[in-house]
Ligand binder design. Structure first.
Ligand code: G3H
Ligand code: 13P
Ligand code: ZN
Length: 321
């Protein structure tokens, strides 16, 4: 029997996105795999009053167990209320690659799924996406599709180069599939190495604007949008890490994208970096410490501060809940 996400207190993305597009901001989509990450996300979004999308990847399901993740998300709704914030919370499958995976998530209480058919030929992508939409909409679950391929590692497929989204395809894709939002490729990429060192990191906002003209007001999603803050990378390296030449998307460019049709921005790597830096610091400064709470606690605080900063200064979602 399909779990009703509405009974759990979750929401789909429809209203979130309509408000975000109208208000010129984007909803944060933060990935979680464990309790500390989830606590940090909820604490941050309650404190700054931001709606939030909790993202679960296939890797997260393998790592943490899908049943546990689902109950953690259900717990997060109650936790947010306990903290005094009745913020909209969506539980979203990140990079679903098959119909079966999307169906399984919908059955266990997800309120939104991504079907990422971007590696398939165009017609196969349309067919797969439409199949997921037809199933998901029966349960009022919203669906994100993707057109164009991001460079870097996505779905365990490594693409050396971006295949930018072709603006001339978006209208046809959106109308034939019935998707609720569209992830596009404009130069963002997954992970901490998004641009060659010494080059000028720039995403193709011109392609975004061209897409917007073709499907005005339609919710656009940006994956691979970590900014890889220099000070966090420096802190990882200061405490024994070896991250060389890590470069992310400049925050001002994401802010500009969020002011237009981009209404969901995916951030995972920055959180991984912030946690790693905080944990390494404790290990170096207090080598006699062996209570996980003593290093996961500071990591959680660092994550929370990072997420608050994103909501306020990058996404513009603070105060919108
Ligand atoms: O899109 C990638 C996300 O950062 C999730 O990463 O598949 O390693 O959990 P993951
Ligand atoms: P980053 O690796 O840039 O954080 O992107 C995360 C992402 O797109 C999750 O789907
Ligand atoms: Zn992604």
């Amino acid at each position: 029997m399909t779990v009703s996400y509405k009974k759990i207190g979750l929401v789909n993305t429809r209203e979130m996105f309509a408000k975000a597009v109208a208000g010129g901001y984007a909803i944060p989509a933060y990935n979680f795999n464990n309790m500390e990450q989830l606590q940090a996300i909820i604490q941050a979004c309650v404190e700054v009053k931001s709606p939030v999308i909790l993202q679960v990847s296939s890797g997260a399901r393998k790592y943490a167990n899908q049943t546990l993740l689902r109950y953690m998300a259900e717990g997060a709704v109650e936790y947010a209320k306990e903290l005094g914030g009745n913020i909209p919370i969506c539980l979203h499958l990140d990079h679903g690659d098959t119909f079966e995976l999307c169906k399984s998530c919908i059955e266990t209480g997800f309120s939104s799924v991504m079907i990422d058919g971007s590696h398939h030929p165009y017609d196969k992508n349309v067919e797969l996406t439409r199949q997921v939409v037809e199933y998901a909409h029966q349960y009022d679950v919203t669906v994100e599709g993707e057109l164009g391929v991001l460079a870097g590692i996505e779905d365990e497929v490594k693409a050396e180069q971006h295949t930018y989204t072709r603006p001339e395809e978006v209208q046809d894709f959106v109308s034939r599939t019935g998707v609720d939002s569209l992830a596009i490729s404009i130069g963002t990429s997954h992970g901490a190495y998004k641009f060659k060192p010494g080059t000028n990191p720039k995403i193709r906002l011109d392609i975004l604007h061209e897409i917007e003209k073709r499907i005005p007001g339609f919710p656009i999603v940006l994956h691979g949008s970590s900014s890889v803050p220099l000070e966090i990378v420096a802190m990882v390296n200061q405490f024994g890490g070896k991250l060389k030449d890590a470069v992310g998307i400049p925050e001002e460019q994401l802010r500009e994208a969020a002011r237009s049709a981009v209404c969901k921005i995916n951030i995972d790597s920055d959180g991984r970096l912030a946690m790693t830096a905080a944990i390494r610091k404790v290990f170096v400064e207090k080598p006699d410490e062996f209570d996980p709470r003593k290093y996961l606690g500071p990591a959680r605080d660092a994550l929370k501060n990072l997420y608050k900063h994103k909501c306020v200064a990058v996404l513009g979602s603070a105060g919108q809940a």
